[in-house]
Design a protein around this ligand. Sequence first.
Ligand SMILES: C[S@@+](CC[C@H](N)C(=O)[O-])C[C@H]1O[C@@H](n2cnc3c(N)ncnc32)[C@H](O)[C@@H]1O
Length: 206
Amino acid sequence: MWPEFATRYNRWRYNLYAPVYDRVVASFFAARRRRSIELLAPGPDERILLLGAGTGLDLDYLQGCRGLTAIDVSDGMLARLRRRAARLGLTLDVREMDGQRLDFPDAHFDAVILHLILPVIPDPVACLREVERVLKPGGRAVVFDKFLADGRRPGLWRASANLLTRLIATDIDRQLGVIVNQTTLHIEHDESAGMGGFFRIVLLRK
Ligand SMILES: C[S@@+](CC[C@H](N)C(=O)[O-])C[C@H]1O[C@@H](n2cnc3c(N)ncnc32)[C@H](O)[C@@H]1O
């Protein structure tokens, strides 16, 4: 019940944010997006899924990729992604879909891009298990996001702040190791992407 309600809430609020999203987020994260996609090293004919693709800010770094699929729950965000793709001359499969229940066959994708989604999606374990399912054996996923360090307990300040940040933007107390450990994916590379390691870029392998 909770994930269904939270997913509907996400759709509503991202439809609301869509007109201003790029102005708020685009320049702030550009260098980290580039780095994350460099690490993923997508091949031109690989099947690549952008999960929670938003307005498509990653597309700037995926030119030349011919096997792109983008999914998101917000049609407002996806409308902007379609316009960006057209501007860039990119052809891709764009679908409104819940990242916790992917409508793709097993072992379908070579790679998945998870940028700013695991702390936003209501059930990140369900999401990553779906990523695991749709990846081919040996496939990879790249995560760029903010996480509480594994093994640390959220203090009172963070726990209180999380009540607010979760409502307007994102959880700030999720731990990537806890999520990944509930799948068979393994962490192949993990680097700090700012704010004393709060932001991380992580490459996962199936
Ligand atoms: C912070 S934005 C990140 C967008 C994009 N990945 C980026 O890097 O700019 C989070 C996105 O996740 C989407 N989202 C939230 N819950 C989702 C779900 N259950 N399934 C798919 N997308 C979801 C939102 O609509 C929003 O576009």
